[in-house]
Design a protein around this ligand. Structure first.
Ligand code: C5P
Length: 425
């Protein structure tokens, strides 16, 4: 944990007396702690205690931060590797679950883009109250990690569930969250924490579990000689995002990729190819599949007379004549093959009359859907982070807003899951 940074929000509960010990343990592990004390928290522990133990300023006021100019609340909320709330009171949980941001702590929790781990602490009846349990469920769904609460004697004299987890247990939960060993963070890594110590958000629904999807991606390289080739500007970003989104919905993905500039996703079967012919062979080998998404920008032609040695200028001033032949159209082939997956999705990168061309392409290539986009250079789509697509199905054309490629991929994966919903496995 050495060198990791934690933003620690301290809520107003008697359990705040354990928070200085938590800071001490974290500091011992080499973790940098930035404390944030709520107004109620300051009734139980002083900013001075927290800042002295953390050896860092303790923030208490939203408006101080805006004055400070050195670090605004947005920056503060994102500078950490993990945000921890200890103790997380019933009130703080309610604020988090409902999106209130009326003081520094709750504002940071809304503004952060990091994982949040909370250690609830409250009276057993407050914990058991349907409102708190509802908030707990909402937070679990939102991806918030929990450590505790434990069962035991309470400061108020009652006994039950609601005690804040011990500082040591919180440190272990932080270690797990930082090491990303929680199944919710990695999708598969082993759970290192005692299972009862952490409530892990439920696994997202996996409607594509048991489905096999082939995704082609990236450009192809068609050799001219051993060192030269014909290529295109495809980065492979959209294909990789689609493979990731399908994987996250539970699909087994065969990712057939040309020499792309973005890395292939983790936890998919990666089959690297160079040429269109190799891509077709790899797709054929990967069959059968429930769906195929052909996102690759396959070169339409290859050189028939590719030299087996590096071509040289012959002094005549005449360039070599390259003879070209059409490459196999992988999409059209799979769209008409007897082993055709139930759902075949093609792409159409066009520069003019996008919908008309793509609609014709859908029929010609025998695919169910075409994801059409305008790749005119002024759109910045090819090689860029965003995409503006029109989905063409047998029901017509549906234009999506301009979205990050990841979001286009998630929407497409959802649609694929819906389309396969009733298909036999
Ligand atoms: O004909 P066009 O290249 O515009 O078609 C684009 C669609 O066809 C994409 O889905 C692409 O992956 C696929 N395609 C293919 N094999 C080719 C050419 C295109 O699979 N040789």
């Amino acid at each position: 944990m050495q060198g990791k940074r934690i933003l620690l929000v301290v809520g107003g509960g008697i359990a705040a007396f354990k928070t200085p010990e938590l800071i001490r343990l974290l500091r011992k592990e080499g973790v940098a702690v930035t404390p944030v004390l709520t107004r109620a928290g300051a009734q139980f522990v002083t900013p001075l205690t927290l800042s002295a133990l953390a050896n860092a300023p303790c923030h208490t006021d939203l408006f101080d931060l805006t004055r400070e100019a050195e670090m605004g609340h947005i920056q503060l909320s994102r500078a950490a590797d993990l945000v921890v709330v200890a103790p997380a009171t019933a009130d703080l949980m309610a604020k988090m679950a409902n999106g209130f941001a009326d003081d520094l702590g709750s504002t940071l929790l809304m503004a952060t883009d990091k994982r949040v781990l909370i250690a609830p602490a409250m009276n057993v009846r407050m914990w058991d109250h349907p409102a708190t349990q509802r908030n707990r469920d909402t937070l679990v769904e939102d991806g918030v990690l929990f450590v505790g609460p434990d069962e035991g004697d309470m400061a108020c004299g009652e006994w039950g569930e609601g005690r804040m987890a011990e500082p040591e247990a919180i440190v272990e939960a932080i270690r797990g969250a930082l090491a990303q060993t929680l199944p919710s963070l990695t999708g598969e890594a082993p759970l290192r924490l005692p299972p009862e110590a952490v409530i892990v958000p439920p696994a997202p629904p996996q409607p594509l579990r048991g489905r096999h999807v082939i995704v082609t991606s990236g450009p192809t390289h068609e050799p001219i000689d051993p060192v030269r080739y014909i290529a295109n500007r495809s980065s492979g970003a959209q294909g990789a995002a689609i493979a990731t989104a399908l994987r996250d919905l539970g699909a087994k993905v065969s990712f057939v990729t040309g020499p792309a500039t973005v890395p292939p996703p983790a936890r998919v079967e990666v089959i690297r190819v160079e040429t269109a012919q190799q891509m077709k062979d790899a797709v054929e080998t990967a069959l059968p599949a429930d769906a195929a998404v052909m996102a690759a920008a396959v070169a339409d032609w290859r050189v028939t007379n590719a030299a087996d040695h590096k071509m040289k200028k012959d002094g005549s001033g005449n360039p070599p004549a390259l003879e070209m032949v059409e490459n196999p159209d992988i999409l059209a082939w799979i769209g008409h093959d007897e082993r055709r997956p139930r759902l075949v999705v093609g792409f159409a990168a066009e520069t003019d009359d996008v919908v008309a061309h793509a609609t014709a392409k859908r029929l010609r290539k025998g695919c169910d859907w075409i994801v059409a986009n305008d790749v005119s250079p002024e759109t910045g789509i090819m090689g860029g982070a965003q995409n503006a697509v029109t989905l063409i199905t047998d029901e017509g054309a549906e234009t999506w807003p301009r979205l990050p490629k990841d979001e286009v991929a998630r929407r497409l994966a959802q649609r694929i899951a819906q389309a396969l919903e009733d298909a036999p496995r």
